[in-house]
Ligand binder design. Structure first.
Ligand code: SAH
Ligand code: SF4
Length: 356
């Protein structure tokens, strides 16, 4: 297992096993997470013999940046290569009062949890190529470290809305959240982390039962089983009533507001009946609704509704008594469709003749 997957306890056990005192764990973690040093030889308060031993047993390999889209004052999307050659994306979203509707200093990272996705939602680029593998906890944590380093700014908010279904990689996700949250790790409060799921009901219940105040976002995208099943195969296994029931438990246990994400897709889920039903589901749970105009994906037939229709949908939802916002900024399109950059680059690699 790699270095950024280890908890404090893991380090203590490893150190004891090689005859080193436990307190070295604290020193190592201080270098990795407080001083952000990623070379063993630079960790000067460790004896040099130990540094050599650690270097040979636990090589540190920061994520390799392949490409970046966007500029410093907008959303930036990073493409990284993992040690086995697979690629993932992370997105950095700067403070944006327009997005959050308040004077906000939120700097958000959108993190991937898997390479590809097995859930095959019909509108999503991440699932187009199927599922490759789970990310390790270390690969999840590394996205935070690397994007903070490359972006040059402290990040204070995490959304698990990148490639993959985070709750299908539950153990590694929770291990990573533990490291991101721990005082010896990144030290970010669980209330500043949001896990987005397409609706894995049993795992939503598991997440509700564990102690951290992690926020929950549900990719709803349809207010009836009929519409939802058309675009989200997961709905056959976990229909809407079960999903809403698990959401209700989460809200009661955590005493938190959850979010419904709802992509607006033309002629698919944008009727006024869907808007009314969506409002009714949200009102019962006191959930917040995020309406997101669909971001077109090459090779997929879907389109976003005209702006007037988006506004009409928003008004209907609000008239139904629900708290809703509509994402209007063009700059955020880039964040709305994780998986696209990887797909583009993989396609362009595939079309590049081999060098010889
Ligand atoms: N698998 C998780 C998290 C990753 S997807 C989930 O489905 O919730 C993160 C969000 O991006 C989801 O709400 C997803 O539905 C949305 N999304 C995917 N493709 C999109 C697109 N083309 N345009 C807008 N949003 C998209
Ligand atoms: Fe997977 Fe989420 Fe995309 Fe569905 S929307 S295919 S669950 S990443």
């Amino acid at each position: 297992m790699e270095v950024y997957s280890f908890t404090k306890e893991d380090w203590e056990n490893r150190l004891l096993a090689i005859g080193e005192p436990k307190f070295r764990a604290g020193q190592i973690l201080e270098w990795l997470y407080k001083k952000r040093v990623s070379r063993w030889e630079d960790m000067t308060n460790l004896p040099s013999g130990l540094r050599d031993k650690l270097a040979s047993e636990f090589p540190i390999s920061p994520l390799e940046q392949i490409r970046v889209n966007g500029s410093a004052d907008t959303t930036r999307k990073f493409l990284f290569r993992l040690t086995d050659g697979q690629m993932i994306e992370s997105v950095l979203i700067p403070a944006s009062p327009a997005l959050y509707g308040e004077a906000s200093d939120r700097r958000t990272i959108c993190i991937s949890s898997q390479v590809g996705c097995a859930y095959g939602c019909k509108f999503c680029a991440s699932g187009l190529d199927g599922w490759k593998r789970n990310l390790t906890a270390g690969e999840i944590v590394s996205q935070f470290l690397r994007v903070e380093e490359l972006g040059g700014e402290k990040i204070n908010n995490i959304v698990f809305m990148g490639m993959g279904e985070p709750l299908a990689n539950y153990d590694n996700l929770l291990r990573a959240i533990g490291i991101l949250n721990a005082p010896w790790g990144i030290g970010l409060g669980a209330r500043h982390m949001t896990v987005s799921t397409s609706g894995l009901v049993p795992r939503i219940r598991d997440l509700g039962a564990q102690p951290l105040q992690i926020r929950l976002a549900i990719s709803l995208h349809g207010a009836t089983d009929e519409v939802r099943t058309k675009i989200m195969p997961v709905n056959k296994k976990h229909p809407l009533a079960d999903l809403l029931d698990a959401c209700g438990d989460y809200v009661r246990r955590k005493k938190q507001k959850i979010t419904f994400e709802y992509i607006l897709i033309r002629d698919l889920n944008d009727s006024s009946e869907q808007a009314r039903l969506l409002a009714s589901h949200a009102r019962k749970l006191n959930a917040k609704i995020n309406l997101i105009p669909y971001n077109t994906v090459e090779g997929l037939p879907w389109e976003r509704p005209a702006e007037a229709c988006q506004e009409e949908f928003l008004s209907t939802v609000r008239r139904g008594g629900a708290d809703a916002t509509l994402r209007r900024e063009k700059g955020h399109d880039i964040a709305a469709a994780c998986g696209q950059l990887r797909l583009q680059v993989e396609k362009s690699f595939a079309h590049t003749p081999p060098l010889n």
